[in-house]
Design a binder for this molecule. Structure first.
Ligand SMILES: NC(=O)c1ccc[n+]([C@@H]2O[C@H](COP(=O)([O-])OP(=O)(O)OC[C@H]3O[C@@H](n4cnc5c(N)ncnc54)[C@H](O)[C@@H]3O)[C@@H](O)[C@H]2O)c1
Length: 401
């Protein structure tokens, strides 16, 4: 946790201010996040701000047990998470965090918020607002707002530029490769590396895989993203075609069954499949299980499925986010910005909740700009400022050719 803190100067500055101003004083916060050393630093920041916190995991495989123990025993943060917990335990931990009777929630994927809305409606009256960390959670919460069932305002931290442009792109790009390499120790150079989805995560992953010397193929459903991938120099094709040539496949779409039965049938012997999207729904593991004549664990994070055609397909980390299942998630330097946004968004909600409606809000632009400014300062990078003449010019229409 101290090692991560060294790379999180922006969150450190927020924490210093929080300990003086105590903006979260007396507020109960239920947080459902990947329980990592970076998250621990966010929890300590909220605690410095005066919050009373309960933390549970946002994925059964992403918990760092030592961090969970340290938070509970040394820092008085109730933490409900065990790496490898089954689905029942996972949801019982969410219930335990909700037992705090939160007035603010912090979620990553919206499992806590949906549990609260489905099973603990008695608690909703006291909840003032919440934040959401990731793309998939924002999609789910927007659907709730559209259907009129969302009962309190949410700030979508994912939508901050200082979150998705860096965390999703550079964080997922690097840490997904880290997870694949730790799980398999394969050489990426010369391999055909298929990236499904060219959103923020996909862009980062494709560029980092290319940097390792892999031949990167992109699959997409959005014509604009597909065009972008093609112009960034990647081969773009349907998964059905990519299935035949790929050595490694990684899904980062937030979608379901992106790699499915017809694709498994075409894959080469020894193909490696991983997912870095939020849920383990992107590779249809149920279909693969039905197709397999034999399944065995060949390395700690590798399950090998033998098909009737004799080919073996290797699935990493049970199809769960591989960067957190087999590695340590994003490096602290990038979580610094995501979690500074989280802390500041929670402070914003604590101050403004009564003015907000029951819908999903973007992070206020001032918070985004403040996080970028603090990060640049911590990196020792200075930038120019608009002169008065430039400000006038950029806001006028009089001057032309
Ligand atoms: N592993 C991590 O640490 C981490 C970090 C951030 C986000 N995420 C998760 O990763 C996923 C992607 O996030 P993002 O920010 O890149 O989202 P995004 O919306 O920017 O990109 C997703 C892309 O996938 C494409 N897509 C959808 N269905 C597809 C299909 N069937 N085949 C091919 N492409 C398809 C979409 O057109 C889109 O371009 C989400 O589930 C998000 O929650 C994971």
């Amino acid at each position: 946790m101290e090692w991560a803190a060294r790379e999180m100067p922006v969150l450190g500055m927020v924490r210093d201010r929080f300990s003086k101003e105590r903006p979260l004083s007396g507020l109960r916060v239920a947080a459902c996040l990947h329980v990592t050393s970076e998250t621990a630093n966010l929890m300590l920041t909220l605690k410095a701000g005066g919050a009373d916190i309960a933390l549970c995991a946002s994925n059964p495989l992403s918990t760092n047990d030592a961090v969970a123990a340290a938070l509970t025993e040394l820092h008085g943060v109730r933490t409900y998470a065990i790496k490898g917990e089954d689905n029942e335990t996972y949801y019982s931990h969410i219930q335990a965090a909700l037992d705090l009777r939160p007035c603010l929630t912090m979620d990553d994927g919206a499992d806590l918020v949906t549990t609260l809305h489905r099973e603990r409606t008695d608690l909703l009256e006291e909840v003032r607002g919440g934040t959401e960390e990731t793309t998939t959670g924002v999609v789910r919460l927007r659907a709730m707002a559209r259907q009129g069932v969302l009962r309190y305002p949410i700030v979508a931290v994912n939508e901050a530029d200082t979150k998705h442009l860096f965390d999703n792109r550079y964080g997922t790009g690097q840490s997904t490769l880290d997870g694949i390499i730790r799980a398999t120790n394969v050489l990426l150079a010369g391999k055909t590396f298929v990236v499904a989805g060219y959103g923020w995560c996909g862009k980062g992953l494709a560029s980092r895989a290319k940097g390792h010397g892999a031949n990167v193929v992109v699959t997409e459903v959005d014509p604009v993203k597909a065009l972008e991938a093609a112009m960034d120099g990647f081969r773009v094709m349907p998964m059905q075609q990519a299935a035949e040539i790929g050595d490694l496949f990684v899904t980062v779409t937030g979608d379901i069954n992106v790699i499915d039965r017809p694709h498994f049938e075409r894959m080469k012997d020894g193909a490696i499949l991983a997912n870095s999207g939020h849920f383990n729904s992107e590779v249809n593991l149920r279909a693969l299980d039905e197709m397999a004549t034999d399944v065995r664990q060949v390395r700690p994070m590798v399950q090998q499925y033998r098909l009737a055609n004799g080919r073996r397909l290797n699935v990493l980390g049970e199809g769960r986010l591989i960067n957190l299942a087999a590695a340590e998630g994003h490096p602290a330097a990038v979580m610094d910005m995501s979690f500074a946004n989280q802390a500041l968004a929670l402070e914003y909600l604590a101050r403004h909740w009564s003015e907000l409606e029951r819908r999903v809000y973007d992070v206020p632009a001032e918070i985004d700009a403040e996080v970028a400014r603090l990060k640049l300062r911590s990196m020792g990078v200075e930038i120019d400022t608009l002169t008065e003449e430039q400000q006038r010019y950029l806001s006028s229409w009089e001057e032309g050719t």
